[in-house]
Design a protein around this ligand. Structure first.
Ligand code: TRP
Length: 331
């Protein structure tokens, strides 16, 4: 049975290799099996007060990157959150299902309030309500989320359930986290850390020029080589192999595994050169597409208009029923 899948992303930075293999590759496939909604959460990005001169550029960047990676506006509904005013109204209504005590206890809220004590705004507090609205307004069955978003999804289910029981209806679908399972490829950082991330400062971006990628890979943490045969690899070496397995041919991986197993020294230079080359092979066509799309405002305008129309149709339907359930009537 076709399910509704929904995912949002805040326009706060460029997509990196971890986003690509961890999420985008799967999104592209899901488009063929499910009814998918992919959107840019520009309202969510306001909690940190982005520069008005940058807001639109940030949206344009992520959108162009999404499209270049293969998200298809003919198969999926791809839209910008602020193009769908219905979300703002449902957000207001759902705020009545969200209790202050719970919102204050949310891990993401506490984290951000601690890190940024001068900007603990109400939007930050009710961030989970807006996210719940994004999900419930299309009655999404599945939401692909990482660990950091699981609590938000749980809160979404709470609001949905609370609404359903308060009004004695079976209206909102309780969304389930989409488990990408075996398909989930986690790309580690180049600095020996477990995860590639923007905030970790260890990321290779899809828009990085070949020279930049070469430099980043070259500076990855290594040592002098194995100190014997068939030893376990230290994390930072294992990480390079993990990325190699994703971007390179099997025989390339075998070749370097063999060098490691034999305990040979002084081949990390060659490994890094190969790794950079294979990463560039993956990212170059995407980078070129991103740049093409960014330069094609007519196309972006068409995609967002079409996405907004589809998203608004679905959202308006939900909102109309919510108003009815809650007792709003026209004179
Ligand atoms: N909070 C998500 C993040 O920071 C972005 C987001 C907003 C989202 N609304 C959503 C994700 C709805 C999934 C579903 O990553």
């Amino acid at each position: 049975m076709k399910k509704t899948v929904l995912s949002g992303i805040r326009p706060t930075g460029n997509l990196h290799l971890g986003n690509y293999y961890g999420a985008l590759v799967n999104f592209v496939k899901m488009q063929n099996e499910h009814n998918c909604f992919f959107f840019i959460a520009d309202w969510h990005s306001l909690t940190t007060h982005p520069d008005p001169k940058m807001l639109h550029t940030n949206v344009k960047n992520v959108l162009s990157e999404y499209l270049a990676c293969g998200l298809d506006p003919e198969k999926s509904t791809i839209y910008v959150q602020s193009d769908v005013p219905e979300i703002a109204e449902l957000y207001l209504l759902l705020n009545m299902q969200a209790y202050l005590g719970e919102l204050e206890k949310t891990v993401s809220f506490k984290d951000k309030a601690r890190k940024n004590p001068n900007n603990v705004n109400a939007g930050l507090l009710t961030y989970p309500v807006l996210m719940a609205t994004d999900i419930l307004i299309h009655n999404a069955d599945y939401v692909p989320v990482g660990k950091d978003q699981e609590q938000h999804l749980e809160m979404t289910r709470n609001y949905a359930q609370r609404f359903n029981s308060k009004y004695a209806v079976d209206f909102f679908t309780l969304p389930t986290p989409f488990i990408l399972g075996q398909n989930l490829i986690k790309i580690p950082g180049l600095d020996g850390s477990g995860k590639m991330g923007k905030s970790e400062g260890n990321a290779i971006y899809l828009v990085d020029e070949p020279k930049v990628i070469e430099k980043k890979v070259k500076s990855a943490l290594t040592d002098n080589g194995p100190e014997g045969q068939n030893l376990p690899k230290p994390d930072y070496i294992e990480n390079l192999f993990t990325i190699l397995k994703v971007v390179s041919e099997q025989q390339t991986v075998d070749y370097y595994e063999d060098l490691w197993g034999r305990g040979e020294q002084r081949w990390y230079g060659s490994l890094k050169k190969q790794l950079a080359e294979d990463i560039i092979k993956v990212t170059s066509p995407i980078r070129e597409k991103i740049n093409d799309i960014k330069g094609n405002n007519e196309f972006l305008q068409k995609v967002t208009a079409q996405g907004a129309e589809k998203a608004r149709e679905s959202a308006a339907k939900t909102l109309k029923e919510v108003r009815q359930i809650m007792g709003f009537k026209k004179f």
